[in-house]
Design a protein around this ligand. Structure first.
Ligand code: 1HN
Length: 351
Protein backbone atom coordinates (compact mmCIF):
# COMPACT_ATOMS: atom_id res chain seq x y z
CA UNK A 1 0.00 0.00 0.00
CA UNK A 2 1.32 3.45 -0.92
CA UNK A 3 2.00 5.86 1.96
CA UNK A 4 -0.47 8.33 0.50
CA UNK A 5 -3.23 5.70 0.65
CA UNK A 6 -2.48 4.95 4.26
CA UNK A 7 -3.05 8.60 5.15
CA UNK A 8 -6.57 8.47 3.87
CA UNK A 9 -7.65 5.18 5.37
CA UNK A 10 -7.89 6.06 9.04
CA UNK A 11 -11.38 6.07 10.47
CA UNK A 12 -13.09 9.40 11.17
CA UNK A 13 -14.96 10.42 14.29
CA UNK A 14 -18.16 10.57 12.24
CA UNK A 15 -17.72 6.89 11.34
CA UNK A 16 -18.42 5.95 14.94
CA UNK A 17 -21.99 5.57 16.28
CA UNK A 18 -23.09 8.61 18.28
CA UNK A 19 -23.98 6.56 21.36
CA UNK A 20 -20.45 5.09 21.37
CA UNK A 21 -18.89 8.56 21.04
CA UNK A 22 -21.10 9.87 23.83
CA UNK A 23 -20.13 7.00 26.08
CA UNK A 24 -16.44 7.63 25.43
CA UNK A 25 -16.87 11.33 26.26
CA UNK A 26 -18.79 10.60 29.41
CA UNK A 27 -15.85 8.48 30.60
CA UNK A 28 -13.22 11.09 29.57
CA UNK A 29 -11.99 8.89 26.76
CA UNK A 30 -11.06 9.88 23.18
CA UNK A 31 -10.31 7.65 20.19
CA UNK A 32 -6.82 8.36 18.85
CA UNK A 33 -7.17 7.33 15.21
CA UNK A 34 -9.34 10.24 14.00
CA UNK A 35 -6.72 12.68 15.33
CA UNK A 36 -3.56 10.68 14.76
CA UNK A 37 -2.56 12.48 11.55
CA UNK A 38 -3.25 15.88 13.09
CA UNK A 39 -0.91 15.36 16.04
CA UNK A 40 1.64 13.42 14.01
CA UNK A 41 1.57 14.78 10.46
CA UNK A 42 3.68 13.11 7.80
CA UNK A 43 7.22 14.42 7.30
CA UNK A 44 7.01 17.94 8.67
CA UNK A 45 5.24 19.28 11.77
CA UNK A 46 2.18 21.49 11.53
CA UNK A 47 3.19 25.03 12.55
CA UNK A 48 0.99 27.86 13.68
CA UNK A 49 3.91 30.27 13.57
CA UNK A 50 3.49 32.46 10.48
CA UNK A 51 6.20 34.62 8.99
CA UNK A 52 5.29 37.96 10.61
CA UNK A 53 6.81 41.42 10.37
CA UNK A 54 6.59 44.17 12.98
CA UNK A 55 7.98 47.48 11.71
CA UNK A 56 9.26 49.70 14.51
CA UNK A 57 7.75 52.77 12.83
CA UNK A 58 4.31 51.26 13.49
CA UNK A 59 5.06 50.26 17.09
CA UNK A 60 6.80 53.37 18.39
CA UNK A 61 3.95 55.90 18.15
CA UNK A 62 1.51 53.42 19.70
CA UNK A 63 3.94 52.67 22.50
CA UNK A 64 4.45 56.41 23.18
CA UNK A 65 0.67 56.75 23.19
CA UNK A 66 0.51 53.96 25.77
CA UNK A 67 2.91 56.12 27.79
CA UNK A 68 0.24 58.86 27.79
CA UNK A 69 -2.71 56.55 28.35
CA UNK A 70 -1.35 54.23 31.03
CA UNK A 71 0.88 55.34 33.90
CA UNK A 72 3.60 52.87 34.90
CA UNK A 73 1.78 52.16 38.18
CA UNK A 74 -1.13 50.82 36.14
CA UNK A 75 1.07 48.71 33.89
CA UNK A 76 4.11 47.56 35.91
CA UNK A 77 5.60 46.76 32.51
CA UNK A 78 4.39 49.01 29.71
CA UNK A 79 4.63 46.65 26.79
CA UNK A 80 3.04 46.15 23.40
CA UNK A 81 3.30 42.47 22.59
CA UNK A 82 4.44 41.42 19.11
CA UNK A 83 1.88 38.69 18.60
CA UNK A 84 1.88 36.15 15.79
CA UNK A 85 -1.58 36.00 14.16
CA UNK A 86 -1.02 32.33 13.38
CA UNK A 87 -1.23 31.55 17.08
CA UNK A 88 -4.10 34.00 17.70
CA UNK A 89 -3.18 37.47 18.95
CA UNK A 90 -4.59 36.81 22.42
CA UNK A 91 -2.03 34.05 22.97
CA UNK A 92 0.75 36.68 22.92
CA UNK A 93 3.15 34.33 21.16
CA UNK A 94 5.70 35.04 18.45
CA UNK A 95 6.29 31.29 18.06
CA UNK A 96 5.61 28.13 20.04
CA UNK A 97 8.19 29.03 22.68
CA UNK A 98 8.97 32.72 22.12
CA UNK A 99 7.27 35.84 23.39
CA UNK A 100 8.27 39.28 22.07
CA UNK A 101 7.32 42.67 23.44
CA UNK A 102 8.39 46.28 22.99
CA UNK A 103 8.65 47.97 26.36
CA UNK A 104 8.61 51.70 27.07
CA UNK A 105 10.08 53.35 30.14
CA UNK A 106 9.77 57.11 30.49
CA UNK A 107 12.26 59.33 32.32
CA UNK A 108 11.91 59.00 36.08
CA UNK A 109 9.75 55.89 35.94
CA UNK A 110 10.41 52.70 37.87
CA UNK A 111 9.18 49.27 36.83
CA UNK A 112 8.97 47.53 40.21
CA UNK A 113 11.11 44.58 41.32
CA UNK A 114 9.93 41.05 40.74
CA UNK A 115 11.18 37.65 39.73
CA UNK A 116 9.53 34.94 37.73
CA UNK A 117 10.02 31.52 36.26
CA UNK A 118 10.16 32.47 32.56
CA UNK A 119 13.56 33.60 31.31
CA UNK A 120 13.76 37.07 29.77
CA UNK A 121 16.28 39.09 27.82
CA UNK A 122 16.19 42.74 26.78
CA UNK A 123 17.60 44.03 23.51
CA UNK A 124 17.86 47.80 23.85
CA UNK A 125 16.35 49.59 20.88
CA UNK A 126 16.38 53.29 21.62
CA UNK A 127 17.19 55.89 24.28
CA UNK A 128 19.78 56.57 26.93
CA UNK A 129 19.82 56.59 30.70
CA UNK A 130 17.74 53.55 31.64
CA UNK A 131 19.09 50.66 33.68
CA UNK A 132 17.98 47.23 34.76
CA UNK A 133 18.96 45.95 38.17
CA UNK A 134 19.38 42.16 37.97
CA UNK A 135 20.08 40.41 41.28
CA UNK A 136 21.81 43.57 42.45
CA UNK A 137 23.92 44.13 39.33
CA UNK A 138 23.07 47.49 37.81
CA UNK A 139 23.10 47.08 34.05
CA UNK A 140 23.11 50.27 32.01
CA UNK A 141 20.89 49.98 28.94
CA UNK A 142 22.44 51.18 25.74
CA UNK A 143 21.35 50.62 22.19
CA UNK A 144 22.08 47.05 21.06
CA UNK A 145 23.00 45.79 24.53
CA UNK A 146 21.67 42.37 25.46
CA UNK A 147 20.71 42.07 29.12
CA UNK A 148 19.70 38.77 30.69
CA UNK A 149 17.09 38.35 33.38
CA UNK A 150 17.20 34.57 33.71
CA UNK A 151 14.65 32.48 35.54
CA UNK A 152 14.34 33.33 39.23
CA UNK A 153 16.54 36.41 39.27
CA UNK A 154 15.20 39.64 40.78
CA UNK A 155 14.88 42.49 38.33
CA UNK A 156 13.54 46.00 38.11
CA UNK A 157 13.97 48.82 35.60
CA UNK A 158 14.65 52.50 36.18
CA UNK A 159 15.36 55.54 34.05
CA UNK A 160 17.57 58.51 34.95
CA UNK A 161 17.72 59.93 31.42
CA UNK A 162 15.78 62.58 29.53
CA UNK A 163 14.12 60.73 26.64
CA UNK A 164 11.90 57.67 26.41
CA UNK A 165 13.75 54.36 26.40
CA UNK A 166 12.41 51.42 24.41
CA UNK A 167 13.64 47.86 24.37
CA UNK A 168 12.64 44.50 22.94
CA UNK A 169 11.82 41.80 25.50
CA UNK A 170 12.29 38.16 24.47
CA UNK A 171 10.90 35.56 26.85
CA UNK A 172 10.23 31.84 26.82
CA UNK A 173 6.89 32.64 28.42
CA UNK A 174 4.69 30.63 25.98
CA UNK A 175 6.59 27.46 26.79
CA UNK A 176 6.79 28.02 30.54
CA UNK A 177 3.09 28.97 30.62
CA UNK A 178 2.17 25.87 28.59
CA UNK A 179 4.08 23.81 31.14
CA UNK A 180 1.90 25.34 33.89
CA UNK A 181 5.12 26.59 35.46
CA UNK A 182 4.75 30.36 34.95
CA UNK A 183 4.44 32.59 38.02
CA UNK A 184 5.98 35.68 39.55
CA UNK A 185 6.88 36.98 43.01
CA UNK A 186 7.04 40.63 44.01
CA UNK A 187 9.79 41.79 46.29
CA UNK A 188 11.71 44.72 47.71
CA UNK A 189 14.13 46.74 45.67
CA UNK A 190 17.52 45.06 45.62
CA UNK A 191 20.64 46.65 47.03
CA UNK A 192 23.10 47.52 44.29
CA UNK A 193 26.17 45.27 44.48
CA UNK A 194 29.64 46.09 43.25
CA UNK A 195 30.89 44.22 40.21
CA UNK A 196 29.82 43.69 36.64
CA UNK A 197 30.08 40.32 34.92
CA UNK A 198 31.16 41.97 31.69
CA UNK A 199 34.34 43.23 33.37
CA UNK A 200 35.32 39.68 34.35
CA UNK A 201 34.87 38.33 30.83
CA UNK A 202 36.10 41.29 28.84
CA UNK A 203 38.12 39.28 26.27
CA UNK A 204 37.27 36.03 24.51
CA UNK A 205 39.04 32.92 25.75
CA UNK A 206 40.07 34.46 29.05
CA UNK A 207 38.13 33.88 32.21
CA UNK A 208 38.87 34.96 35.76
CA UNK A 209 40.87 32.45 37.75
CA UNK A 210 40.37 33.24 41.40
CA UNK A 211 42.97 31.76 43.71
CA UNK A 212 40.80 31.31 46.76
CA UNK A 213 37.27 30.91 45.58
CA UNK A 214 35.54 30.20 42.32
CA UNK A 215 32.35 31.83 41.29
CA UNK A 216 29.81 29.17 40.48
CA UNK A 217 26.97 31.44 39.57
CA UNK A 218 24.68 29.99 36.94
CA UNK A 219 24.60 33.39 35.22
CA UNK A 220 27.97 35.10 35.74
CA UNK A 221 27.42 37.55 32.88
CA UNK A 222 24.21 39.53 32.66
CA UNK A 223 25.02 42.35 30.25
CA UNK A 224 26.52 41.85 26.80
CA UNK A 225 27.34 45.34 25.51
CA UNK A 226 26.67 45.90 21.84
CA UNK A 227 30.01 47.66 21.55
CA UNK A 228 31.75 44.34 22.33
CA UNK A 229 29.50 42.14 20.21
CA UNK A 230 29.87 44.48 17.23
CA UNK A 231 33.65 44.65 17.64
CA UNK A 232 33.81 40.84 17.78
CA UNK A 233 31.83 40.55 14.54
CA UNK A 234 34.02 43.10 12.78
CA UNK A 235 37.17 41.26 13.91
CA UNK A 236 35.77 37.98 12.63
CA UNK A 237 34.80 39.54 9.32
CA UNK A 238 38.26 41.04 8.87
CA UNK A 239 39.84 37.59 9.14
CA UNK A 240 40.73 36.39 5.65
CA UNK A 241 39.58 32.90 6.54
CA UNK A 242 36.31 33.97 8.06
CA UNK A 243 33.46 31.73 7.12
CA UNK A 244 30.62 32.81 4.88
CA UNK A 245 28.44 33.64 7.87
CA UNK A 246 29.82 36.06 10.46
CA UNK A 247 27.80 35.18 13.52
CA UNK A 248 28.35 35.02 17.27
CA UNK A 249 26.42 33.25 20.01
CA UNK A 250 25.75 34.94 23.32
CA UNK A 251 27.06 32.40 25.79
CA UNK A 252 27.56 31.67 29.44
CA UNK A 253 31.25 32.55 29.60
CA UNK A 254 32.22 29.95 32.23
CA UNK A 255 30.71 26.92 30.52
CA UNK A 256 30.43 27.96 26.88
CA UNK A 257 26.77 26.91 26.99
CA UNK A 258 24.02 29.11 25.57
CA UNK A 259 23.43 32.23 27.65
CA UNK A 260 20.06 30.85 28.74
CA UNK A 261 18.52 27.40 28.96
CA UNK A 262 15.61 27.58 26.57
CA UNK A 263 16.16 30.28 23.95
CA UNK A 264 19.35 31.02 22.03
CA UNK A 265 20.66 34.49 21.20
CA UNK A 266 23.01 35.46 18.38
CA UNK A 267 24.31 38.47 16.49
CA UNK A 268 24.88 38.18 12.76
CA UNK A 269 26.81 40.53 10.52
CA UNK A 270 25.98 40.74 6.84
CA UNK A 271 28.75 42.23 4.77
CA UNK A 272 27.78 44.97 2.28
CA UNK A 273 25.60 43.39 -0.40
CA UNK A 274 25.81 39.94 1.20
CA UNK A 275 22.99 37.43 0.80
CA UNK A 276 22.97 34.57 3.27
CA UNK A 277 20.77 31.49 2.93
CA UNK A 278 20.11 29.95 6.31
CA UNK A 279 19.31 26.24 6.32
CA UNK A 280 15.92 24.85 7.27
CA UNK A 281 16.30 23.97 10.95
CA UNK A 282 13.64 22.84 13.38
CA UNK A 283 13.56 25.87 15.75
CA UNK A 284 11.57 29.03 15.01
CA UNK A 285 13.61 32.22 14.77
CA UNK A 286 13.24 35.94 15.39
CA UNK A 287 15.26 38.55 13.50
CA UNK A 288 15.70 42.08 14.80
CA UNK A 289 17.82 44.60 12.90
CA UNK A 290 20.29 46.50 15.05
CA UNK A 291 21.96 48.33 12.17
CA UNK A 292 21.30 48.53 8.47
CA UNK A 293 18.60 47.41 6.06
CA UNK A 294 17.93 43.74 5.55
CA UNK A 295 15.57 41.83 3.30
CA UNK A 296 14.27 38.64 4.90
CA UNK A 297 12.66 36.01 2.67
CA UNK A 298 10.71 33.44 4.64
CA UNK A 299 8.47 30.88 2.92
CA UNK A 300 6.23 33.05 0.67
CA UNK A 301 6.89 36.30 2.51
CA UNK A 302 9.52 38.90 1.93
CA UNK A 303 10.10 41.67 4.48
CA UNK A 304 12.29 44.74 4.16
CA UNK A 305 13.58 45.37 7.64
CA UNK A 306 14.94 48.74 8.66
CA UNK A 307 16.68 49.46 11.93
CA UNK A 308 14.70 48.28 14.98
CA UNK A 309 12.30 46.22 12.83
CA UNK A 310 11.53 42.66 13.87
CA UNK A 311 10.21 39.58 12.10
CA UNK A 312 9.85 35.91 12.85
CA UNK A 313 10.14 32.66 10.91
CA UNK A 314 8.60 29.27 11.67
CA UNK A 315 10.90 26.31 12.14
CA UNK A 316 11.72 23.82 9.35
CA UNK A 317 11.91 26.62 6.76
CA UNK A 318 14.83 28.14 4.95
CA UNK A 319 15.38 31.85 5.48
CA UNK A 320 17.32 34.14 3.17
CA UNK A 321 18.75 37.38 4.52
CA UNK A 322 20.16 40.08 2.25
CA UNK A 323 21.98 43.21 3.25
CA UNK A 324 20.34 45.87 1.09
CA UNK A 325 23.31 48.22 1.35
CA UNK A 326 26.24 47.81 -1.02
CA UNK A 327 28.50 49.91 1.20
CA UNK A 328 27.61 49.28 4.84
CA UNK A 329 27.48 46.16 6.96
CA UNK A 330 24.19 45.16 8.54
CA UNK A 331 23.84 43.71 12.03
CA UNK A 332 20.99 41.44 13.05
CA UNK A 333 20.06 40.16 16.50
CA UNK A 334 18.60 36.66 16.32
CA UNK A 335 16.68 34.72 18.95
CA UNK A 336 15.71 31.11 18.42
CA UNK A 337 14.49 27.95 20.11
CA UNK A 338 17.67 25.91 19.49
CA UNK A 339 18.71 25.25 23.11
CA UNK A 340 15.23 23.91 23.79
CA UNK A 341 15.16 21.73 20.67
CA UNK A 342 18.64 20.36 21.42
CA UNK A 343 17.79 19.53 25.02
CA UNK A 344 14.60 17.81 23.93
CA UNK A 345 16.45 15.87 21.24
CA UNK A 346 14.20 17.19 18.44
CA UNK A 347 16.74 19.58 16.89
CA UNK A 348 17.14 19.09 13.15
CA UNK A 349 19.10 20.81 10.43
CA UNK A 350 17.60 19.79 7.09
CA UNK A 351 20.05 21.87 5.09
C1 1HN B 1 8.48 40.92 32.53
O1 1HN B 1 8.81 40.62 33.78
C2 1HN B 1 9.08 41.99 31.89
O2 1HN B 1 10.50 42.49 33.72
C3 1HN B 1 8.75 42.29 30.60
O3 1HN B 1 10.46 43.86 32.08
C4 1HN B 1 7.82 41.54 29.92
C5 1HN B 1 6.25 39.73 29.86
C6 1HN B 1 5.62 38.70 30.47
C7 1HN B 1 5.94 38.34 31.76
C8 1HN B 1 6.89 39.07 32.46
C9 1HN B 1 10.08 42.83 32.63
C10 1HN B 1 7.20 40.48 30.53
C11 1HN B 1 7.52 40.15 31.84
Amino acid sequence: MQDQDRFDTLGRLEDLPQDYRDELSSKNLVPLWPSLRAVLPPGTPARKTQPTYWPYAAIKPLLLKAGELTPIEKAERRVLVLANPGHGLEKMQASAAMYLGMQLLLPGELAPPHRHTPNAVRMVVEGEGAWTLVNGEKCPMQRGDLILTPTGLWHEHGHDGEQPVIWLDVLDLPLVYYMEASYHVEGPSQAVKAGEGVKSYARGGLRPSPVFERSNQAYPMLRYPWEDARAALLEMASDAFAAEAVQITYMQPETGADAQNILGFYALMLRPGQTLSLPARSPAQVFHVIEGQVKASIVDSSFTLSEADTCCAPGYEKVTLSNLSAVQSAFVFIADESPLHRKLGVYENRG
